[in-house]
Design a protein around this ligand. Structure first.
Ligand SMILES: [Zn+2]
Length: 580
């Protein structure tokens, strides 16, 4: 503060106010409480209560009801929601936020773009806030099929289209795990200068997988640790904007030190297991983690004795940490490779059962040896259960370990019942099939799974194969339509409330946080989002408009971590300029 030129009277007033401030800080040193009033707050509790006011103190909901119901005190900040709709913070029970944080360059989320013009608008907005010359990158989370509505065929933005909006920033755009990949003129100049050069065609396309992965790793080689921390901060910022307050991260594939292989190794989903969590730990120690980040460790190894998994289980505590960062279990692989086959997977799974950890495996719906992967996993879990339950102290087998089958594009009642009998649950995904699903590559069977009564919860599986934005997944569950507008999942639709419940209240079980998170009830974690529109009213937010829902106020652990209530903060993914 500049005191020069202040009249004595106003200086005295400032000193008084500073001392009041000091007393206030002393009194409020436990942290300020937060009271939200005049809202339409859907608690998602078992009675489906809608209340107008909540008080959050010490990170927990302290009172839930109406304005007259509770007061707070001098240390309470009051925010008037002016009738807006609020819901519990979204819990994403399966994603890859750690990988997103590790992306080189300034991540530019184009997962919400529905045309090339919207891709351009998103880059233009990002370019305005990033110093010239620095890389803008859009790596994973989208599918080119979403950029060119039918009848046009799916394609990348061209070099010329990228140059129009990013003349002063090099750009790299990469789909999925290893391409297709495109760049702009400044990017092309950089890649041409490498030794050996990375070829870029006239349209900005970097041709084969090998060269795409080389391009990615050329940028990774430039990345500093400070940039990794910045990247994770940005990933949490984006999550807060779309309303995700809690992540259960499912790890990455191990780097093998081959940065340009045809097999797609050291591609977008790979990381250095020794260093991958450094930025998360550093931000945690600095008190700068503002999403809840739960960790599963992914184990991909071919040695049938699974030495790495064995070491993990012997030397790491499971379900350990605090309410913001916590190690949970093993997943989404348990030894072996991409598919649940062979001795490594089988032995790894047995080890996890004997160590009594949680376990999660993904099902992509592919056949392995003529048998669907989900049948192999559930039958494999059954036989591991039968093996270990005769061992001393393990008579309940895996039935209390809450093992989770993820994605499940396909499933049937017989196997749902088997999994239920093993105490397992299902992590459903929406965004994956939304951006790339087809009439036969569809699912998951939301209706079948919800109606079966098995434990089920929602996830995004962002950020390679699928977008993080939960509203795209909810749109897909409610309408059955993919990003190209094709109805591909008819007969398996959910209501809006059902799918939101899977993304909030029902996800407490997936984090071992039963009764502690996911609803707005006294004593639960103080995580809440205020929505851009009334999601529950189809007259105010049409089915198509579900895709545009986002958070205008995000509260995590009782603290405001994103505030756009007045509409003045330009979002990173820029809703306003998104429609050119
Ligand atoms: Zn995953």
């Amino acid at each position: 503060m500049n005191f020069i030129g202040l009249a004595a009277g106003s200086l005295a007033a400032i000193l008084v106010s500073l001392s009041v401030q000091a007393q206030d800080d002393e009194r409020c040193k436990q942290g300020k409480s937060l009271r939200l009033v005049n809202g339409k707050i859907h608690t998602m509790d078992s009675r489906d209560r809608v209340v107008s006011s909540v008080l959050i103190r010490n990170g927990r909901f302290a009172a839930v009801g109406s304005e007259g119901h509770h007061g707070g005190d001098d240390c309470t900040e009051v925010i008037n929601l002016r009738g807006r709709t609020a819901v519990p913070g979204i819990i994403d029970n399966h994603n890859h936020v750690v990988l997103l944080g590790l992306r080189p360059g300034h991540d530019t989320r184009i997962e919400n773009a529905r045309s090339i013009a919207e891709v351009q608008a998103t880059f233009a907005a990002r370019a305005r806030e990033i110093p010239e010359g620095q890389w803008l990158t859009a790596l994973g989370g989208f599918n080119i099929s979403q950029f060119t509505p039918p009848p046009a065929t799916a394609r990348m933005p061209t070099l010329q289209e990228l140059d129009t909006v990013t003349p002063k920033h090099p750009v790299l755009v990469m789909q999925g795990f290893n391409g297709p990949t495109a760049t702009n003129s400044l990017g092309k100049a950089f890649f041409s200068g490498l030794n050996p050069p990375i070829p870029v065609d006239d349209n900005g396309v970097i041709p084969p997988v090998t060269q795409s992965i080389r391009a990615l790793n050329a940028l990774r080689a430039l990345q500093t640790f400070a940039e990794q921390k910045r990247g994770l901060g940005y990933a949490m910022t984006y999550a807060a904007e779309v309303g995700v307050t809690t992540h259960l991260d499912q790890g990455g594939f191990p780097n093998v030190g081959v940065a340009n292989s045809d097999n797609g190794v050291d591609a977008l989903a790979n990381f250095d297991r020794y260093r991958a969590y450094d930025s998360l730990r550093a931000l945690y120690q600095e008190g700068k983690v503002f999403n809840r980040i739960w960790i599963n460790f992914l184990h991909m190894e071919s040695d049938p004795t699974t030495p790495e998994l064995n070491a993990r289980l012997l030397n790491v505590f499971n379900d350990f940490g605090d309410d913001m960062v916590r190690v949970l279990g093993i997943g989404e692989f348990t030894g072996g490779g991409l598919f649940p086959t062979g001795d490594a997977w089988r032995n790894g799974t047995r080890l996890v059962a004997m160590a009594r950890w949680r376990n999660e495996n993904h099902s992509l719906g592919f056949n392995v040896g003529g048998i669907p992967d989900w049948k192999i996993i559930i039958d494999g879990w059954q036989s591991v259960h039968d093996e270990v339950r005769v061992m001393p102290g393990l008579s309940d087998g895996i039935t209390n370990l809450r093992w989770v089958l993820a994605h499940v594009p396909f499933m049937d009642t017989e196997y749902l019942n088997k999994l239920k009998g093993l105490g397992g649950g299902i992590s459903l995904v929406g965004g994956w099939r939304y951006i790339s699903g087809t009439a036969t590559g569809n699912g998951p069977p939301f209706r079948l799974i919800i109606d079966s009564g098995i434990r089920a919860g929602m996830s995004s599986d962002g950020m390679q194969i699928s977008p993080m934005n939960p509203w795209l997944g909810m749109y897909y569950a409610v309408t059955g339509r993919n990003a190209r507008g094709d109805l591909i999942n008819a007969g398996q639709l959910t209501t809006r409330k059902e799918i939101l419940r899977l993304y909030t209240a029902d996800n407490d079980w997936f984090l071992n946080l039963d009764g502690k998170i996911g609803t707005i009830e006294e004593g639960r974690f103080g995580d809440l989002i205020v929505l851009s529109g009334d999601y529950f009213d189809s007259k105010k937010v049409s089915d198509e408009e579900i895709k545009d829902v986002h958070s205008v106020l995000t509260v995590v652990n009782g603290k405001v971590v994103h505030d756009n209530l007045d509409g003045k903060k330009r979002m990173y993914w820029n809703r306003d300029s998104r429609r050119p």
